[in-house]
Design a protein around this ligand. Sequence first.
Ligand code: 1GP
Length: 262
Amino acid sequence: MILSSILAAKQAGKKQLAVLVDPDKTSDQHLEQLIRTALMAKVDYFFIGGSLLMSDRLEPCLEQIGRACSIPRILFPGNALMVHPGADGILLLSLISGRNPEFLIGQHVIAAPSLKKSGLEIIPTSYLLIDGGAPTSVTYMSNTTPIPADKADIAQCTAMAGEMLGHQLVYLDAGSGARRPIPVATIQAVSQNVDIPLIIGGGIRNPEAALHATRAGADLIVVGTASEYDPMILVEMAEAIRFSTVEDGRATVDGRRSMVDE
Ligand code: 1GP
């Protein structure tokens, strides 16, 4: 079960890493290399999805990952068309930073029959868009305004409301390709005020950014764009995240503090 493994990792103070695969942007060859690197880096999950699906690559991507490894494949859907029974689970996203009913309930109603018979593990997730410095596909496609990056109080209260509504995860996303990742203060405000696992993504391009986010309280880091340019970055990201886990356990590794600006 995906949710129970995320909860167990949080309980153990173990930080996790997910790679976002956009089926439209991934060739067979690139995906093969990405899977190899993900195995090397011991990546915890594949997130699969995007704001749009222009190709019919969703199923081939799911199959290719499933043939090559047992890393769980979690759908990260932009809309109801992205439900596919070939995955292992799906983040059932409620876009609660926005006020567009289509992404609060409309798409969910459309997807309900196929979700019900899909056999997928369905994980109700609070999804909050945080301004990452430039308009992104997801803000445009969802027709919603992201929470201003420095309004930690709004992010905090929104996440608290999502938790009280019964969501099992909270995902703060600056959007794929964001210029700036989510500020540490915003991550801290949310992580200190909700108990459900916290996913952070958008604009995380280097190990330092991943480490800053996990130190601030992120439980699971999502990396997409950076791995499209350089799959090997995953190995460094995973090391940084594990370093943060070890550090939380107060068994710091000599010399590794130089990884971040103190
Ligand atoms: C986007 O959080 C993901 O939904 C990943 O973002 O592509 O910027 O890594 P990047």
